[in-house]
Design a protein around this ligand. Sequence first.
Ligand code: AFP
Length: 328
Amino acid sequence: MIQLEQTFMNFLLHHQEKHNRTYHFLVLMDAVVSAAKHIQHYYLTGALRGNLGLAGDVNVQGEDVMRMDQIAQEITIQYLKASERVIHAVSEESEGIIPINPDGRYFFYFDPLDGSSNIPHGLPIGFLFGIAKRNLEGPEDGHLRAGKDYIAAGMFVIPTGMFTLGLRGAGTWQFHIDETMNFVKPTRMNLPDEAKTWELSFNESNRYTYSERVQKWIMENESKYAFRYLGALAGDFHRVLANGGMFMYPAIVNHPNPKKNRPEGKLRLMYEGAVVAFMCREAGGTAVNEEGTPILDIQPAKHHQRTALYVGSKKLVEDIARVLRNTG
Ligand code: AFP
């Protein structure tokens, strides 16, 4: 007998039905999945079509824009517009808020293509997103939502075809892309409790630029775990979610060139840190910043706010959080 796996859309339909929810979120997720599949297609054919190079622009973060960054941004916005479900979007690629549809009911925070340094090599990149609901009753609120107010957050690892989605109070689920470009086979993710599979993931070349207490923690703990680093958050976090352990991008405070210090961290809070922290919480883990404050509790003051990030297995993150809070 031919074995057919449950599709993502079927899974979500049942989820919405079970929780007595509207179809609006389904329409939005259909647009998100379509965007990811298109980005995946452009990336797979990128080397042949000349789409893996620089676009010649600099983005809001002051980084060189790759042609793929622009393609991914354009595709996502087109799909969001067609869905009519989003009022405003915030993207790594745009300085200001992107108006989508004044009647939309969701805020959409996204990085359409994360891990640009992997692009020229065709290595894994990510599409990360967080979704919050607009206040439909009562006074209109801002777009600056803490991760704990997201209703869902997810990531695609492109082009490996892995899709992970955290649903508020309903777990983190992973899907594989099949031969018909459908995401299938929902698998609930739970960070393993057993330390024997745990991994540590951070940019080793930055190590001596971290605070003394973080350097000391690394020295005392690194030999206990395997070390992995891809340089694209979605891929690195994907491993941590499956194997347990911790991904970290600490604050840079001891750079030999003080101008290169990043005391506020490097990663973006709303469409990187809070997104993985949300999926991690739904899979039984946790995430904190450089002060040991839970990432999901941080109220952003601006859309492109940065954060240091420690995310992964509860025991390990809580251990370093005690050091960060100076209580350990
Ligand atoms: P880029 O998109 O600029 O490559 O940044 C990727 C990223 O935001 C995140 O995906 C990685 O975890 C992290 O930065 C890698 O940063 P380093 O290159 O400094 O290790």
